[in-house]
Ligand binder design. Sequence first.
Ligand code: SF4
Length: 239
Amino acid sequence: MEDMIRYSVITEKNPREIVLLRGFGCAWKKCTFCDYHLDCSPDAAENFALNRSVLSEVTGQYARLEVINSGSFCDLDQDTMREIEQVCAQKGIRDLHFECHWMHRKEIPALRARFAALGIQTHIKIGVETFDRAYREDILHKGIGVSDPAVISELFDECCLLFGLNGQTAASMRNDVETGLAHFDRVCINIMVENTTPIHPDPQVIAEFCREIAPLYQDNPRVDILMENTDFGVGGSAQ
Ligand code: SF4
């Protein structure tokens, strides 16, 4: 995955720069629909060299940076974390987004304090995928052992939802988005795409989403919609 595009600029809705860094690998790795945790290496020095190169592209043009790493911020090596601090300070980043699995939620307050000391507000995103607990845990194996969205959102600011799966309906998808908007600052909708897992996109559900759900939220500044998982400009291939 050396040829991945790892830096991009999002110019619409919450304009920000975004970097796709590489960590040791998601510690959870059990989500049945996911294969992007394969973007990882156990070699901290190699990860840091790659991440420092990617972070050198940050200009600070929107004073807002999103860091993703196919896992959680805790899967990044400490040299990379220090490099993020330095780049944020040098480029005037005031808002910094990270992603984090539920299992690492107790590490979030220390992360917030670390960056708050630099005058940087952190925004932590969790992949919830759906607020239907049975679907989320029995089928997607997400590893979030609570049902109440108010409890899930206690330590998190933003959530990801995953649509285009067998069994989802316009009503279930709308309920997920409305629940997300009621409990989180922002909602990121990802549409399932074919990957190496046994979970496949359902074209009828995706058509239903495009017809009945997307028009309701496409102009909502708190909702990102990614029809492809490369729509933020990172991931995929640089070839
Ligand atoms: S927590 Fe995220 S990276 Fe890890 S397996 Fe689940 S979706 Fe993939």
